[in-house]
Structures are given as C-alpha cells and as structure tokens.
Design a protein around this ligand. Structure first.
Ligand SMILES: Nc1ncnc2c1ncn2[C@@H]1O[C@H](COP(=O)(O)OP(=O)(O)OP(=O)(O)O)[C@@H](O)[C@H]1O
Length: 569
C-alpha cells in the first residue's frame, strides 16, 4: 500500500470539493482520479486544465472505477449519502471535515519515511566505523552502542543496554558529559571486561536548549599510540629529508664556466683541474669576487664525487655559537629547544665535497675541532656521544691573509697546513685585465638572454674606461656594472658615456687628475664614503656593501682591519 498511490474520487465540484482537491493534489501518495458533477454545475476553468481527471455526471459510475480506495463526499445531500452506502468492498467514504486529518496523516507518514532513510544511513555508518560509540539518555540509561563498542570493550550489547552509565562507568567520559553538560576531550580510562585502555571524546546531546543525553566515541589507546608513533616517525623522516634537500647545493658550474685567457688565470685552472681528480684538500685564496666559489664548484664537478652532494658552509655568515652545530649537527636534547636531532653539514656532505667559504672567519676553538675532522674524518654531534665517520673532500676559501692571521695568533698553523695541501691563489681582476674583453663578451651574451636585449658589444672608449678602472670587487663587480648599464640602455653598442652615466663607480672617480694613492687607501676612502652615505647601522652596512659590490662579510673584514668601527664615520 505504501508504494501504490491511493485512488480518490471527489463528489461535487463546489467550493468544498475544490479546496479538498487543492489539499490533496500535492500529496504524492494520492491520486485524485475522478470528480462527480451531479448537479450540472459549471466546472472551474483551472480544473478543466488539470490532466487525467475524469468528470462524471452520474453517481452510478462510481461502482465502475477500478481500484478506487476513497470517496470524499463534498455535497450535503441525503440521496447522495444513501447511494454511497451501497458501495461495498474496500472503498472508504470520508466527509470533507475529515480530509484535513487525512492530509496531516499522510504528511507525517512522509516525514517518517525520510527519518527512516536517515536512520538507515546512520546505522550503516555506526556499524562500520572502527571507533566505539555509546549513547545514553538524560537519566543515564544506555540506549545504543555500536558493534565496535563490543569489540573494543569485550562487553556484549545485551549486558550493557538498559544499564545506567552513571553507575556502570561513573568515571567514564559519557558519565562526565552527562553530569556536566560539557564536551569531554581525550579522556583516558580503562573499560569493561577487557580492561582495555581507551581514549574517548564525549558530547552532551542538547535539543532545543535542554540536555537530552550524551554520546561517547572512543578507541583503543594502543591503536591511537600506534598511529601517533607512525605519524611521528613519518614526520621526522620528512623533516630530515626536507632538511637535506634544503642544504644540498647542486653543483652548478664546471671549468668551462670559468672565463679568462690570461696566463695567471690559466695557471690556476690547470692546478685546480689536476688536484680535482685526486682527493686532496684545496685552499682557494683571493680577493672577494675573484671566483673562488666558482673554482670550488668546478673542482667538485670534475672529481669522482660529482654525483654526490656539494655542501657549502659560509663560516662568516653563521653566528659563532651556532657554527659547531652547523658543522657537526646536534643530538636530541643537546640544549634547550633541541627537541629532535639535527644532521650537520659534514654528515650531509658524506661521499661528496664540503666547501668551507670564508674559513678565515672561524674561531680558534672550532678550528681545533675542524682539524680533528680533517685528520680523522670523524666527529661527534653536539651533545652526542656516538662517533660518526665520514668521507668528505674539503675545499676551503678565504679572502683573508691567513699567514698574517697565523702571525697574529688568529689562525691555527696546523690547520693552515692541513688545508693548503694544494693552495690556489686566484689573482684579482686588476692584475689580469686581459681577461676583461672575454668576460664582458660572455656577460653580454648571458644578459641579452636574461634581459631580452640585443646588445652586440662595447665601444673602444667603453673598453678603455673598463681597463682604466681597478675593479676592487673583481668579476662580481664587473657583472654588476655591465648588468646595470644593460638594464638602462637600449643601444646595441655600450659606450663610455653609458658607463659614466649609469655606474656610480665611474661617476665617483674623476676621470683625470686623480691623485695616485695606495689601493688599500683608496678602498678605505670608498668604504668611508659609502658608510657616511648609508649610515653605520647593520642595514647601512648592508647597503654600503651592495654599493661597493662586495659581500657583507668582506665589508666587515675590511672594517675590522681598518678599525673603522670605532671611528666617528
Ligand atoms: N673567471 C670567471 N669567469 C666567469 N665568471 C666569474 C669568474 N670569476 C668570477 N665569476 C663570477 O663572479 C661572481 C663572484 O664569483 P665567486 O662568488 O666565485 O667569488 P668569490 O671569490 O667566491 O667571492 P667571495 O670571496 O666574496 O665569496 C660570480 O657570479 C661568478 O660566477
């Protein structure tokens, strides 16, 4: 019956009949099959438009309607009532007054069906989840539990349902939520027959502002712990890997990237290439911007270690107190905040090359530790007691005068000799100006690509001005100068006037009548000028270094050397 529509016939087509029809037409379980127009009344026009409704003008036809379930009598006529009494079988006769009640019953039935559907879905979910669920009414009587509850606790459903949770499990999360009317999170207790430790969350069920019961969801603590352990392990693996990825520098350059035909540079390249194939430690010396890092990359690139990591450590950029843990890593709990262990650069470089840039800026204590690693290729993490063995090739570089530092007691002599198995001093650009044309040509090609320009070359007078300059910032400075001009100029040939117009170095220096003075003195003058322009703050120094085309570390070194920091610049 629920799935078949109920067939209805309405007697009369007056106002009563029409309002009954309007009530019924939207109920999907009811089909108004026929109207009986027994007084030759005029049919309302909208009813005429309705489909599939048959109009009869004789009540006799009522007996012939197939499968009729209900007749609604919307006329007050004793003759009609008499006639209807003759109808037999399953047909019900209803007066218009009862129609409202019938409609309400149908609507409630529809709601009930909807609720049944939702109930079905919910019980499928509750039956299949791994977490145990238990529900109690406001009086504490347990009304529901799912199959996982029985599995986790070992208590059969029939022993539990109907009991009062406030007595059966007074310390459990469900009882707490019922007593307080508040959510309970992460509550740990032992349950039931299995005495299993569980971790539960419970919530009160509040309907229209009043507490109607509570529900608890819980699972085996061991399950949760297992998941947590697994999660922790995975997280630490991911952190380690991303740590490693972040630190491993891909080796970007080979010897073919080192530009220059001067004898001075060629000698350096030959020596570097020869030593690259052995495992020896190489010490690269030279002013800032001469290409020491480029050489370190090239050495790694032609060595048998080229497929292994190339790790760069800038000893000047890392605060002294962190340098040791940067080098060797630290063990978990080595100091406050060391919640997990950290892998150091030496371990990361295992099998490959470590490039210790600005080695002259390392403190004496750490120099001693580094010496031990270089001699024995083993070390312990900070706060750790396990010895770690590595196989690392060391390339070190500095723009400082290590021999002078040894004389002043600032650099260990034994470390110096360990490092300079092969010592390569890259000459400054001012001593190999023959390399300028090739360097500039190469730069123009690279920058044309980068900036989308079509520069063909530089004019003779521009070349002259480049030759006449001493390049304290070496190749790095040359790169910046050419880029600055190419960014601003659209001509195909770069001329002297472009360099003078756009490059402060050339603007600042008078072209003629410049007093000759020692280069170091000129350098100091320029640093003073830059600091008075940008200020003696950390930011000022950073901007001054930028303007002078030297690294911040180099600026600090030069300041230290000249003791500028205490002067009144
Ligand atoms: N011979 C060269 N051929 C091509 N490019 C070079 C050459 N020498 C240096 N460079 C370029 O000049 C810039 C500075 O070089 P690099 O960083 O190797 O110098 P550095 O001596 O290590 O400097 P610092 O001491 O300041 O760290 C880089 O962009 C590098 O590619």
């Amino acid at each position: 019956m629920l799935n078949n529509r109920i067939k209805v016939a309405i007697i009369g087509i007056g106002d009563d009949a029409i309002s009954v029809y309007n009530l019924l037409k939207n109920l999907k379980d009811i089909e108004v099959a026929s109207f009986f127009n027994i007084y030759d009344e005029i049919l309302p026009s909208n009813l005429l438009k309705e489909n599939n409704i048959v109009f009869h003008n004789s009540l006799d036809k009522i007996f012939r309607i197939n499968g009729l379930d209900i007749v609604i009598n919307a006329v007050k006529d004793t003759k009609v009532e008499e006639k209807l009494k003759q109808i037999r079988g399953n047909v019900s006769i209803i007066e218009t007054g009862s129609v409202n009640l019938m409609v309400r019953l149908f609507q409630e039935k529809q709601e009930l069906l909807k609720i049944k559907g939702i109930q079905g879905e919910l019980s499928t979910i509750l039956n299949s989840i791994q977490e145990a669920v238990e529900v109690a009414g406001k009086d504490g009587v347990i009304k529901y539990l799912n199959p996982a509850f029985v599995r986790v606790t070992g208590i059969p459903a029939e022993e539990r349902i109907g009991k009062n949770v406030l007595e059966a499990s007074p310390d459990g999360a469900l009882a707490m939520a019922l007593r307080t009317g508040k959510n309970v999170f992460g509550h740990r207790t032992k349950v039931g027959g299995s005495n299993a430790e569980v971790i539960s969350n419970a919530s009160p069920i509040i309907i229209d502002g009043s507490l109607e019961g509570a529900v608890v969801v819980f699972q085996h603590f061991t399950d949760v712990m297992k998941l947590m352990d697994e999660l922790k392990q995975r997280t630490s693996q991911i952190e380690n890997l991303s740590d490693k990825f972040g630190q491993v520098t891909t080796c970007k350059y080979g010897f073919s990237d080192i530009i220059g035909e001067s004898n001075e540079l060629k000698k350096c390249m030959q020596l570097a290439e020869k030593s690259a194939r052995s495992n020896t430690t190489v010490l690269l010396l030279g002013e800032s911007g001469t290409g020491k890092e480029l050489f370190a990359h090239a050495i790694h690139h032609v060595s048998s270690r080229r497929e292994k990591p190339f790790i760069k450590v800038n000893c000047a950029a890392i605060p002294e107190n962190l340098l040791e843990s940067e080098f060797f890593g630290y063990a978990k709990g080595a100091f406050t905040g060391a919640v997990k262990s950290k892998i150091g650069k030496f371990e990361l470089a295992n099998g490959g090359t470590i490039f210790l840039d600005e080695i002259g800026d390392m403190n004496l204590a750490l120099q001693g530790k580094l010496l031990r690693v270089l001699q024995e290729m083993e070390f312990e993490k900070v706060g750790g007691n396990q010895t770690i063995h590595v196989d690392v090739r060391v390339v070190a570089a500095t723009n400082r005068n290590l021999r002078e530092m040894i004389r002043n007691g600032n650099f260990r002599e034994d470390l110096y000799y360990r490092l300079n198995v092969v010592e390569i001093t890259i000459p400054p650009l001012r001593l190999r100006k023959d390399d300028l044309p090739e360097l500039v040509d190469n730069l123009i090609v690279k920058l044309n690509r980068k900036l989308g320009k079509k520069v063909q070359g530089i004019s003779k007078d521009a070349e002259e001005i480049l030759y006449s300059y001493d390049w304290p910032g070496n190749v790095r400075e040359l790169e910046n100068v050419v880029e600055r001009v190419m960014v601003t100029v659209d001509d195909e040939v770069l001329k002297k006037k472009h360099f003078v117009q756009h490059v402060s170095q050339f603007k600042a220096l008078p072209e003629k009548d410049i007093d000759l003075m020692p280069i170091e003195q000129m350098e100091q003058l320029l640093i003073k000028k830059a600091l008075s322009k940008f200020g003696n703050t950390v930011e000022g120094k950073r901007r001054a270094a930028q303007a002078l085309n030297i690294s911040l570390a180099t600026l600090y070194n030069k300041l230290k050397k000249a003791k500028f920091e205490n002067s009144n610049i």
